[in-house]
Write a protein of this length. Structure first.
Length: 255
C-alpha cells in the first residue's frame, strides 16, 4: 500500500492507497514541533482504526511546504517504514512542464494539484486550492503549468479580522442565512463567505479568459466545501485531488 502525505502549513492530509483506490484518508492540524516518533505513534493509531498496520505500507510519498517538518517525516520513514519515503522535489518525473519564470519558487503542493487536475480533465484547467492561502493554478491545454494567482486564505482572514478589531468576534464558518446580516456574527459570516465566493469567481473567470480555452475549474482543500457552494465558476470539488496527484507522481517515478 502507498502512504501519501500532503503536509501543509495549516493542515496535513494523509491518504492510504491500494493500487489506485484511496482506502482511507485523514485531515490533521499541522503541528511544527512534532517529532518523527510522535508522527509514527499517531500514524499507528490512525491505521489501527481501519485494522491496518505500518507493515502494510510498501512505500510513501510526501509533498511538504513546511521545511522544518520534512526531516521528521524522513525519520519516521527511516525507522518505521520498510518501503522508504519519496519527497516531491526537483528532478522528479511529473509529466508536466513548468512554464513559470522561477520554477524553484513553486510549492510542491501546487505542482501536485496541477498534475492531478490535468490527468483528470485532459485539457486546460484551473485548480483553486483552499488552504492557508487560496492558490489558483493555471494549466494549459498542452498540460503545462503556466502560473498562478495567490490570495489570502479564509482562516487567516478570519483570524486577522478578529485580532485587528476591538469588537468583532471570531466567527465559525457556517452557511450565511442571508446576505444582509441582522447582527455582527451574521454580518461577518456573510461578508467572509460571499466575499470569498466572489473573489474565487472573479479570479477563475480572469484566468479562463487568459487561457483562451474552455478550462475546467476544480476546487480542493480543507475549506473548499464552505465556499464553493456559493461560487458560479467552480465546476467540481475534489477533496482528494492532492493525494491523487501524489499517487500519480509516485507511479511515474517508480523503478
Amino acid at each position: 500500500m502507498l502512504l501519501a502525505i500532503d503536509l501543509g502549513n495549516t493542515q496535513t492530509h494523509i491518504g492510504m492507497f491500494r493500487g489506485d483506490e484511496l482506502v482511507e484518508n485523514w485531515r490533521l492540524a499541522t503541528v511544527r514541533e512534532t517529532t518523527g516518533d510522535e508522527l509514527a505513534t499517531l500514524l499507528v493509531s490512525l491505521l489501527e482504526l481501519r485494522r491496518l498496520r505500518l507493515q502494510d505500507v510498501d512505500a510513501a510519498i510526501l509533498s511538504s511546504v513546511v521545511p522544518q517538518l520534512t526531516p521528521e517525516y524522513e525519520r519516521l520513514a527511516e525507522r518505521y517504514l520498510a518501503g522508504g519515503l519519496t519527497v516531491v522535489g526537483p528532478g522528479m518525473r511529473t509529466g508536466m512542464a513548468i512554464r513559470t519564470e522561477r520554477p524553484q519558487e513553486l510549492g510542491t503542493d501546487r505542482l501536485v494539484n496541477a498534475v492531478a487536475a490535468y490527468d483528470k480533465c485532459g485539457r486546460a484547467c484551473v485548480v483553486a486550492d483552499f488552504g492557508t492561502t487560496i492558490n489558483f493554478d493555471a494549466v494549459s491545454a498542452n498540460g503545462e503549468l503556466l502560473g498562478a494567482a495567490i490570495a489570502p486564505g479564509v482562516d487567516i482572514s478570519l483570524e486577522a479580522l478578529h485580532q485587528r478589531t476591538a469588537k468583532l468576534p471570531k466567527v465559525e464558518l457556517n452557511e450565511p442565512e442571508t446576505a444582509i446580516g441582522r447582527d455582527t456574527v451574521a454580518a461577518v459570516r456573510s461578508g467572509v463567505v460571499f466575499g470569498f465566493a466572489g473573489c474565487v469567481d472573479g479570479i477563475v473567470s480572469r484566468i479562463r479568459d487568459e487561457l483562451g480555452d474552455e478550462a475546467t475549474a476544480i476546487a480542493t482543500g480543507g475549506l473548499a466545501e464552505a465556499i464553493t457552494p456559493f461560487c458560479e465558476e467552480i465546476d467540481e470539488v475534489d477533496d482528494y485531488l492532492t493525494l491523487t496527484g501524489l499517487r500519480l507522481i509516485w507511479e511515474r517515478n517508480r523503478g
